[in-house]
Design a protein around this ligand. Structure first.
Ligand SMILES: NC(=O)c1ccc[n+]([C@@H]2O[C@H](COP(=O)([O-])OP(=O)(O)OC[C@H]3O[C@@H](n4cnc5c(N)ncnc54)[C@H](O)[C@@H]3O)[C@@H](O)[C@H]2O)c1
Length: 300
């Protein structure tokens, strides 16, 4: 009997949630202020990370910028300062747990608690599974997912104490679909989506409703992360547009940020399609790209 009542309650919660979504389509979501907030972004020496940093700089956040590339991360810090923000650049290899813990300690003692943590750094090799070297597979997982654990472990305790903060995960559409020549990358991004989803659930279960989470899942973005990307079904996105969607999503506490948003409908639909149709669709997409580890691009 109790279970039936819970199902009825669930039904009304679902109706309420759909109505809420409907209303929110017409009323713009409230954007939170991040002025004075300490924002840490990994992989902020280039691409989505750098552009996201510049957007938070324009909102007068305090930037802590981590990247393996010294020159590039210092350049991002300089650009943030030109926008009037305080910015600190750190050279951190996010594939090294000890480097992460050491840098996190420095941040906490020299600057303070992080309010918004953006796990963005990523690597991709883009080679056929049997050509992948063991060290490449390890690197993919170290940077694209394990680093999220070490960095979040470092900064979450202070957020928990205050019941305030935001953890943003940069995953990918590759965290929802499988693509040829990206077995390690997709598996790591599935991990990143799982990290975000489980973290969201756990924080809710612990009553930490002041700590928000967001996950960015774009299709190809023209940052140079992969070279000459193209697909027949999706556009190749401008980095600036992706960074804008990402920051808008964080400011409005959006949980899952698909870019373009139509990806969500595609994924929903693909749940109901037979595997044969999905494989055919993947072929139709004619995904092509190269990386510095592989020049061949054709996916068939
Ligand atoms: N570009 C795309 O097509 C695309 C699509 C979906 C998701 N993403 C994801 O977006 C994120 C950012 O990618 P991007 O397109 O801006 O790439 P990018 O190459 O422009 O920037 C990645 C940054 O991460 C840094 N980095 C790499 N390894 C690192 C390490 N071990 N430690 C610290 N920093 C390291 C690089 O130096 C670089 O500054 C990645 O997680 C990527 O998987 C990218």
């Amino acid at each position: 009997m109790a279970l039936i009542l819970e199902y009825i309650a669930l039904f009304f919660i679902a109706i309420y949630s759909y109505l809420e979504v409907l209303v929110k389509m017409f009323i713009p979501a409230k954007r939170k202020s991040v002025s004075g907030d300490i924002v840490l972004i990994t992989g902020s020496g280039h691409g989505i990370g750098r552009l996201t940093a510049l957007k938070f700089a324009a909102l007068q956040s305090i930037l802590i910028l981590w990247d393996i590339n010294k020159e590039e991360v210092e350049e991002t810090a300089e650009q943030c300062r030109k926008l009037g923000a305080i910015a600190y650049a750190y050279v951190v290899d996010c594939s090294k747990r000890n480097e992460i813990y050491a840098a996190a300690e420095k941040v906490k003692s020299n600057i303070g608690d992080v309010d918004i943590l953006i796990n963005n750094a990523g690597v991709v090799f883009g080679v056929e599974f049997l050509e992948l070297q063991d060290h490449q597979i390890e690197k993919t997982f170290e940077v694209n997912i394990l680093a999220h654990f070490w960095i979040t472990k470092s900064f979450l305790p202070a957020m928990m104490k205050k019941n305030r903060g935001h953890i943003a995960t940069v995953a990918s559409v590759c965290g929802h679909v499988g693509l040829t020549y990206l077995v390690d990358y997709c598996a790591s991004k599935f991990g990143a989506v799982g990290f975000h989803t489980c973290m969201t659930e756990e924080l809710a279960a612990l009553g930490k409703d002041g700590i928000k989470t967001s996950c960015l899942c774009p299709v190809f973005v023209n940052t140079g992360f992969v070279q000459s990307p193209s697909t027949r079904l999706w556009p190749v996105l401008k980095p600036e547009d992706v960074a804008q969607c990402f920051v808008d999503g964080i400011l409005t506490n959006k949980k899952m940020i698909f870019v373009p948003p139509s990806v969500k409908s595609y994924l929903l639909l693909s749940n109901f399609l037979p595997q044969r149709v999905i494989s055919r669709l993947n072929k139709m997409q004619d995904v092509q790209f190269s990386t510095k580890f592989r020049s061949a691009t054709k996916m068939d």
